[in-house]
Design a protein around this ligand. Structure first.
Ligand code: ATP
Ligand code: ATP
Ligand code: MG
Ligand code: MG
Ligand code: MG
Ligand code: MG
Ligand code: MG
Length: 282
């Protein structure tokens, strides 16, 4: 294209490439979903504190994002948020933050809106429409990344235990919001478990895994048994140089594209999940 006298405005664009060789986490979060859901609750009797349909829809939209972007190694969702982890070798959009975040947000939102009617069969979507914000953060080590994931899952656990106790006190205990809040003020996890059990015969452990642990999406290969031959191979893969050869990267890309994308509700704080699936962070 010919150079016009207007071309100079390109120089106003600021570079925003994220640090190389770091794990990029793009976290999206529903905008004003407290209001979005109370409106839906009032209108359509959403279940509190967890509407399963809303979580299934989040998972389906996130699964579409992971399927669409093979550079995503794993993702974790809870409530109205989802974290997508781009592999540290990812070079999509030259790692430009604005490009990565906006692509994830719009892919997610488009799928969320498109899939709405699949999960809310008798509740058509209406204005104001759901929208999401997004941000990107780089984590330089696997430990930092795992601590990030643990942080989100610990948050899920703390919030869900509180919310479950809070809503049971209201729904089954006949308390109002203020009384429920007061009952739970200053209680520890064990106290909340005890309140649920002694007052309502509810064993928190038997609550659905999706509510307690959130949702993990990743590409599923064969599980690795600790101490096996596969484990040694996986360790080798970990020792590979940070910059892969082109053909290896090409092969990986094909393998990833073919692998099944699954949604699970597992503990990602302990080592077991990662030990059994060394390919996720290799
Ligand atoms: P912001 O725009 O700042 O994110 P927000 O209202 O979305 O504001 P969050 O901190 O993201 O605030 O909280 C999410 C809200 O959505 C919480 O109130 C949570 O209870 C509600 N929510 C999320 N998922 C569900 C669900 N599956 N069922 C019922 N409520 C949900
Ligand atoms: P990228 O993902 O990098 O943006 P792209 O293929 O979208 O790749 P653009 O530079 O954004 O590349 O170019 C947009 C393309 O879409 C152009 O080829 C343009 O001709 C085409 N296009 C945009 N709007 C229309 C339209 N209304 N009708 C037909 N073609 C269109
Ligand atoms: Mg928020
Ligand atoms: Mg929100
Ligand atoms: Mg949120
Ligand atoms: Mg364009
Ligand atoms: Mg374009």
């Amino acid at each position: 294209m010919a150079n016009s006298k207007f071309e100079y405005v390109r120089n106003f664009e600021q570079p925003d490439s994220l640090m190389p060789n770091t794990w990029i986490v793009v976290r999206i979060d529903g905008r004003g979903f407290t209001n979005f859901y109370s409106r839906m609750c009032a209108k359509y009797e959403f279940e509190k504190p967890n509407d399963k349909r809303a979580l299934d829809l989040m998972n389906a939209a996130a699964k579409a994002v992971v399927t669409d972007l093979p550079q995503i190694a794993i993702s974790y969702g809870v409530s109205d948020e989802y974290s997508f982890v781009f592999h540290k070798t990812c070079n999509l959009f030259e790692r430009r933050a604005s490009k990565l975040v906006s692509t994830v947000v719009s892919t997610f939102t488009a799928n969320y809106v498109y899939l709405w009617s699949t999960y809310f069969t008798d509740t058509p979507l209406s204005f104001p429409l759901p929208t999401f914000d997004g941000r990107a953060v780089c984590y330089p080590t696997v430990q930092n990344l795992r601590d990030y994931m643990s942080w989100r899952q610990a948050d899920c656990h703390i919030n869900n235990l509180y919310n479950t106790a809070f809503w049971k006190l209201i729904q089954l205990g006949g308390l109002d919001n203020k009384e429920a809040e007061k009952t739970l003020a200053g209680t520890l996890a064990a106290d909340k478990n005890e309140i649920l059990f002694s007052r309502f015969k509810i064993n928190y452990n038997n609550e659905p895994e999706m509510f307690k642990k959130g949702s993990i999406i990743f590409r599923d290969y064969e599980l690795v048994e600790p101490g096996s031959h596969n484990e040694a191979a996986a360790a080798d893969a970990l020792a590979e140089p940070a910059v892969q050869s082109k053909s290896q990267a090409e092969k990986d890309k094909k393998r990833r594209a073919k692998a099944k994308v699954v949604v699970e509700h597992l503990d990602i704080i302990r080592d077991e999940f990662w030990d059994k699936r060394p390919w996720i962070l290799s």
